[in-house]
Write a new protein. Structure first.
Length: 315
């Protein structure tokens, strides 16, 4: 059985949504902590809407249920409705947003009004809009932020309010290749970047525009910065997310192409020249060389190719 905790839907639409969720629960289609997105027909003007829904239990309640097995810890299903199924592009962010929701089984009505309900109603602003806000805040300086994310450069944010600091942190996490490159490579890159002379990029938010220190950039990040800034005219957060995904996809393609050229260059001098031309034209040679250098550290032949390429690029 489903009992209602909070909604801002009309009564008829809420009943239809409850019926939809009940059917999914009956089929066992809701996994703990993993959200889904589907189109739902409701009796509201838009007719069909995109619905993100997620089943979850509080961790402390799970522990309580384990200690006292006769007590069934309550489970919750949270639903967020949007104009279409585009919420799917933010599914991981929404999963994290749900995990931070704190509901006590004996929550007083006052706690629900002051904590739970405002948290639920802020889902779009807090989980969907951070990328858009960062683009609007940084404008042309966004290239430096993209470069820091790709190169695993540590970033320190100073004199910013909590919301801005969280937005920047989420943007950097979203723009990095975490989960897309080998974990060992990522760890080694983080160590290498931390040990460099300019250890951290400093973002000072004390003025109307953020001031950046020890910042780096390249042509690749500048080109993608323009894609973000041009997209800001429409003000569509889903478009920004798509641009961010395309940015990471292109970076991964470039890394894979370079690694393929390096394998060929171990036996072929012409392929070495192709490597060099690729690095000259890709706009991101500084980052790509660091990544392949870390990945090929234990491979003598490939490491020699990378060393030669570094010398060529310096000259």
């Amino acid at each position: 059985s489903l009992s209602l905790l909070d909604t801002n839907l009309p009564a008829e639409a809420e009943t239809e949504l409850r019926s939809f969720i009940a059917k999914r629960l009956t089929k066992g289609a809701l996994f703990e902590g993993m959200g889904n997105v589907a189109t739902v027909g409701l009796s509201i003007p838009e007719c069909k809407v995109g619905c993100y829904y997620c089943r979850f239990q509080q961790e402390n309640l799970l522990e309580m249920a384990t200690l006292e097995s006769d007590i069934n810890a309550p489970e919750y299903v949270v639903c967020f409705l949007g104009g279409s199924e585009k919420e799917d592009t933010f599914r991981l962010e929404l999963d994290k947003y749900i995990q931070s929701l704190k509901i006590s089984p004996d929550s007083e009505q006052k706690t629900l009004e002051t904590c739970v309900k405002p948290y639920l109603r802020s889902w779009f602003e807090n989980a969907i809009c951070p990328i858009q806000r960062v683009v609007q805040l940084f404008q042309e300086k966004l290239a430096f932020l993209l470069h820091a994310a790709l190169s695993y450069t540590p970033v320190e944010v100073k004199n910013a309010d909590e919301k801005t600091e969280k937005d920047i942190s989420r943007f950097l996490a979203g723009a990095s290749l975490q989960g897309l490159v080998q974990e060992g490579t990522m760890t080694s890159l983080c160590i290498a970047m931390t040990e460099e002379q300019h250890r951290s990029m400093i973002i000072d938010c004390s003025g109307p525009q953020p001031q950046l220190h020890n910042a780096g950039s390249n042509r690749f990040c500048e080109d993608w910065m323009h894609a973000f800034v041009n997209g800001a005219e429409g003000g569509n957060p889903f478009l920004f997310r798509q641009i961010l995904e395309n940015f990471k996809l292109k970076a991964i393609q470039d890394i894979n192409n370079l690694k393929r050229f390096i394998r060929q260059a171990e036996m072929n001098h012409y392929a070495l020249f192709k490597c060099y031309m690729f690095l000259k034209n890709c706009g991101s040679a500084d980052i790509l060389l660091k990544i392949v250098k870390v990945e090929h550290a234990e491979m003598p032949e490939a490491r020699n190719v990378v060393t030669v390429l570094e010398e060529f690029m310096r000259e």
